[in-house]
Write a protein that binds this ligand. Structure first.
Ligand code: HEC
Length: 157
């Protein structure tokens, strides 16, 4: 009877040892996971995207709407303009059409939004100067550049 008790106690101690040993390393593993998440360059939309496919059509469409509205709210055309475009377009530096000066924008606006977006995103060597792609900020997303163009156009009509 006594030997059973000893074996049982030993087993318990052994289990306790492995249990603690296994979890000692948990904070390290969490940090490693976080590192992977932060360093892979994925965008916010990719990080908050649903992991699995949601089957019901209703649930899926509400998820899509949420993601879309989050993305939209994150893009503030005026902010992008002030940080990446105002250097040239604020005062008409280097032949840049000046925001607020309708005369320099009439023909450009007449060409249509798609043309303005494309030239702002890809850059343009025009008759008045050189517009660098994305204003020289390759980290800007297309959506951010478009929002900045919308802001500039709205201030220049
Ligand atoms: C280094 C100066 C510079 C910066 C920074 C700059 N631009 Fe320009 N941009 C220009 C010049 C110069 C032109 C005129 C090119 C031409 O038509 O000769 C221009 C033209 C444009 C046009 C008119 C394109 C067309 O189709 O006529 C848009 C739209 C535009 N820029 C948007 C932007 C946006 C948005 C940003 C910021 C993300 C930005 N620019 C930053 C210099 C700049």
């Amino acid at each position: 009877m006594k030997s059973y008790l000893i074996i049982f106690t030993l087993a318990l101690v052994l289990f306790g040892f492995f249990f603690v040993e296994h979890h000692l390393d948990t904070p390290g593993r969490t940090a490693a996971d976080r590192e992977t998440l932060m360093s892979d360059g994925s965008g916010i939309a990719a990080r908050i995207a649903a992991v699995g496919q949601i089957k019901t059509a209703q649930a899926q469409s509400s998820t899509t709407t949420q993601v879309a509205s989050t993305t939209e709210a994150a893009v503030d055309g005026q902010k992008v303009y002030q940080s990446a475009c105002i250097a040239c377009h604020g005062a008409g530096v280097a032949g840049a059409p000046m925001v607020g000066n309708a005369a320099t924008w009439t023909d450009r606006i007449a060409a249509g939004n798609d043309s303005l977006y494309a030239n702002a995103i890809n850059g343009l060597v025009g008759s008045s100067g050189v517009m660098p792609a994305k204003g020289g900020n390759p980290t800007l997303s297309d959506a951010e550049v478009k929002a900045a163009v919308d802001h500039m156009v709205s201030q220049s009509q």
